[in-house]
Design a protein around this ligand. Sequence first.
Ligand code: ZN
Length: 280
Amino acid sequence: MLSQRIQTILPDMTFEEALEVTKIHSVSGILSKKNPFVSTRPFRSPHHTVSRTSLVGGGRIPKPGEISLAHFGVLFLDELTEFNKNNIELLRGPLEDRKITISRLEASITYPANFMLIASMNPCPCGYYGSKEKECRCTPEQIKRYLQKISGPILDRIDMHIEVSGVPYKKLKGTEMIETSEEVRKRVNEARKVQINRYKNEGVFSNSELTPKLITKYCSMEKANTELLEKSFKKLHLSARAYSKIIKVARTIADLDNSKEIKTQHLAEAIQYRSLDRIE
Ligand SMILES: [Zn+2]
């Protein structure tokens, strides 16, 4: 449910983004006649039986796949461990390059694929590992094998790992509303504006696009924070990629907090989102 609601808090699409998405959807023939201009960020959630061609694109006359249809929006993979492992591995390239090249004998075509990947999975085969409601019946070996279905390089490319516990039915039905999507979206749009402004001379729009050089320029931290990051890096055996992801996420948390500097609490929160790195 959380994943599906993300669409309601994503920043508004710019006209240029909307135009690009509309073009891709037009090539695929999925534009609606009633509403031929795509103005909201796409949300694509292919089933785990999705074929390689439907996921990344292809065919005799290469058509865009789900990863391109999700351009500037969200690609949601529910029950990630159920997907064909080889298909998941195909996402490694596009998650780095934000595009995909489909090669055919006659020609090769490149489609944009700048999507936000959201994936969900259970903590173990039975789904109750760590649950307060029911006891998990899996053996450590079973759990290990289950988690290994997702490769290190894929986990490495995911910015935030979040564990969520089951919600009791009573609470789900509760009417207690903390913050509406509309309010959250306002904060997201504000933070996005700050980033567009900050990077206006750099050719990038958001924190996620920062290169190592730009990270040094825009994400400087106090010495105590650099030390905290180094300590976590060693303790969690983080990769260089995870290291820069933590800094970018911390920069975003600071932006949402209206803070010019990355403070300790921003960094600590970002580090906490690498929980799957801790599983050996
Ligand atoms: Zn279990």
